[in-house]
Design a protein around this ligand. Structure first.
Ligand code: 5GP
Length: 193
C-alpha cells in the first residue's frame, strides 16, 4: 500500500497515485471529479507530441511539444515514464512530480497502462488504480460516442482495450467506472485509507 512513509519512519512526502485504464474508460472525467472532491491533490500535467484539441490549453491540459523537444527530454532522462500512445508520445516529467511530493502533496498521474507498468517498476510504493468500464459493450459505446477517432483507430483502441483489461491484476485496486461520482468517491475513499 502506498503512502504513510513518514509514519513508517521514511522521509516525509506525498504519495504517488496512478490512475490508468483503457482508452475510453473515462479516466479524464473521473480524475476531474476526484480533484473537485479532493482539491488537495496535485494533478501532473503530461507532455505530448500530439496536436492540441479544440479547447485544450498549453500547460493546463498538456505541455505540447515537438517530437524533437520530446526526444531531447527522453535523452536527458527527464521522464518518470513515457509511452507511445496510439502514435503520439506522452510522458510524465519526473522533476515536478518529485518536487510536489517533497512538499508533501499527493500527486495523481492520469496515464495509460504502459506508463503505469513503468511507474510500478520505478516507484514500487506508488498506488496504482485501474479504472475499468462496467462492460466491454459500454466501453465500445463510449469510444464511439467520443468521435475523436476514425473507424480504423476505433478498432485499434478496442483491440488495445481488450489487451489492457488483462493487466488489471498488476494494479493495487480496480475501480469500475459505472458512474462518475461514485467512481471518484470510491477512489477518494481508497486514498483516505
Ligand atoms: P488523449 O490523447 O486522449 O489526451 O490521451 C490518450 C491516452 O494517453 C490516455 O489513455 C491517457 O491516459 C494517456 N496519457 C496521457 N498522458 C500520459 C502520460 O504522461 N503518460 C502516459 N503513459 N500516458 C498518458
Amino acid at each position: 500500500m502506498a503512502g504513510g512513509t513518514a509514519a513508517r519512519g521514511g522521509p516525509p512526502g506525498g504519495r504517488l497515485i496512478v490512475i490508468a485504464g483503457p482508452s475510453g474508460v473515462g479516466k479524464g472525467t473521473v480524475v476531474r471529479r476526484l480533484l473537485q472532491v479532493r482539491p488537495d491533490l496535485v494533478l501532473s500535467v503530461s507532455c505530448t507530441t500530439r496536436a492540441p484539441r479544440r479547447g485544450e490549453v498549453e500547460g493546463r491540459d498538456y505541455r505540447f511539444l515537438s517530437v524533437a523537444e520530446f526526444d531531447r527530454l527522453v535523452a536527458d532522462g527527464a521522464f518518470l515514464e513515457w509511452a507511445d500512445v496510439f502514435g503520439d508520445r506522452k510522458g510524465t516529467l519526473e522533476g515536478p512530480v518529485r518536487e510536489a511530493m517533497a512538499r508533501g502533496a499527493d500527486v495523481v498521474l492520469e496515464i495509460d497502462v504502459q506508463g503505469a507498468a513503468i511507474v510500478r517498476r520505478r516507484v514500487p510504493e506508488a498506488l496504482l488504480i485501474f479504472l475499468v468500464p462496467p462492460s466491454r459493450a459500454e466501453l465500445e459505446r463510449r469510444l464511439r460516442a467520443r468521435r475523436t477517432e476514425d473507424g480504423e483507430t476505433l478498432e485499434r483502441r478496442l483491440a488495445a482495450a481488450e489487451r489492457e483489461l488483462a493487466e488489471a491484476p498488476g494494479f493495487d485496486r480496480v475501480v469500475v467506472n459505472d458512474e462518475v461520482d461514485r467512481a471518484a468517491a470510491e477512489i477518494a475513499g481508497i486514498l483516505d485509507c
